[in-house]
Design a protein around this ligand. Structure first.
Ligand SMILES: [Zn+2]
Length: 409
């Protein structure tokens, strides 16, 4: 076993696809582990080639791996996995510096025969194998990674339910937060760019993909909020990665968010259809709403039978009225902001609908369908900076309008 820090030096040719101006850092979304009879495997799913360093530290005993030019997706923030092996006490992952993610495995070196940190491709991932003293004596060669390793076993997933960290508002240099000054609860806003990774969302006739546009819209919205307020903003994804629908509200819960805003683009078989629409979680018999919900729910692994769960959650969610209020303010502001510079902006209003991504949050939560990507004129507008900025501005103004309305109440 190598006692010194190991550096994975990747060849110059391999290193070419590393960070560029458009790719400030890969987002790490997956951390999984499995305790086998004679070893434990930990896998960090990275997706894109990254350099990393690995080594071990004493007092307390631990094995670490630092992944460079990487960012931890919020779903993994504060992850501390308990492991069912006496030679490993926990697996932790954290953003060590703005550009480095560190994995730490707390171990007992007296019980470990050897360990190995290496990488695999397609998709790129870093693997840590740890062999305990009793088990390692039996076999020589390293077993191949199981073919189904890309899918986390259900048992692992159940054990990874993170605790919800409390995030009290901190006074800023300028004094208390805007929200505090207004005597309000809003401190953190989670923005959810729809789709991503293997899920492109809807695709326009000219090839524009919903996942790319909504990410850009969300980043613009984040920038606006951060520039003009002292509210904290968290994105459920900051790059082109796949995030499960049900993990998105989990991020909002983990961050103790005060508002949750999911950003999407609409599509309709009728390419003439245009307009802006905002949804909150509710059950609505309107067939048109069911069509939008069915499309946005498409990547959910849940079956239609599980829709019954919505009814139960709805009873528990006391934020429907607030969500409708937030939806109304954002809808009005968005239509207004777009109307300042563009003609033919149609207000399709606010509707309740059964959206998986809005289930499980305990804060006012909405889903914005900013424009129809299936409409050719809308698609060409969506290619422009001016239109995208107007969407971000409209949503921003709606959020601020809602927050200020709370102060008046
Ligand atoms: Zn969508």
């Amino acid at each position: 076993m190598s006692r010194s820090v190991r550096l994975a030096l990747l060849g110059a040719a391999l290193a070419l696809p590393l960070a560029s101006a458009q790719d400030p850092g890969v987002e790490i979304y997956g951390l999984r582990h499995h305790v086998h009879a004679n070893f434990t495997r930990i896998v960090i799913d990275i997706g894109r080639l990254r350099e990393y360093t690995a080594g071990e530290l004493r007092g307390p005993d631990r094995i670490f791996a630092d992944i460079l030019e990487a960012k931890l997706n919020p779903i993994l923030h504060g992850q501390d996995l308990r492991v069912a092996a006496d030679y490993i006490s926990s697996i932790r992952i954290a953003q060590k510096t703005p550009g480095t993610v560190r994995l730490v495995v707390d171990v007992d070196f007296r019980r470990i025969e050897s360990h190995r940190v290496y990488h695999l491709f397609d998709p790129f991932r870093i693997v840590v194998d740890i062999y305990p003293k009793s088990g390692a004596a039996a076999g020589g060669g390293l077993p191949p990674e199981p073919r189904d390793a890309a899918k986390p076993p259900a048992a692992e997933k159940a054990g990874t339910e993170p605790e919800i960290p409390l995030q009290p508002a901190q006074p800023t240099a300028a004094g208390y937060t805007l929200a505090r000054q207004l005597g309000l609860g809003a401190r953190t806003i989670v923005i959810d760019p729809g789709h991503g990774g293997r899920d492109p969302g809807c695709i326009g006739k000219a090839g524009l993909r919903e996942k790319d546009v909504v990410l850009d819209l969300s980043l613009r919205l984040k920038k606006l909020i951060e520039a003009k307020t002292d509210l904290a903003v968290v994105l459920t994804r900051e790059s082109d990665i796949f995030v499960e629908l049900t993990d998105r509200p989990t991020i909002a819960q983990q961050k103790a968010a005060d508002l949750f805003v999911s950003i999407h683009l609409n599509a309709n078989p009728s390419r003439k259809k245009t307009g802006v629409q905002t949804f909150f979680l509710n059950v609505n018999p309107d067939q048109a709403v069911m069509e939008v919900a069915a499309r946005e729910n498409a990547t959910s692994t849940k079956t239609l039978n599980a829709m019954g769960e919505i009814y139960k959650k709805l009873v528990l969610n006391d934020k429907i009225i607030e969500s409708r209020e937030l939806a109304g303010r954002v809808q009005a502001s968005l239509v207004k902001a777009l109307g300042r510079s563009f003609t033919g902006i149609k207000n399709l209003g606010v509707k309740g609908g059964p959206f998986w991504v809005l289930i499980g949050t305990t804060m006012p939560s909405i889903l914005v369908e900013a424009t129809y990507l299936s409409n050719a004129a809308d698609e060409s507008r969506l290619k422009t900076d001016a239109y995208r900025q107007a969407v971000a501005q409209g949503v921003f103004e709606g959020i601020m309008d809602y927050i200020h309305s709370l102060g008046k109440g």
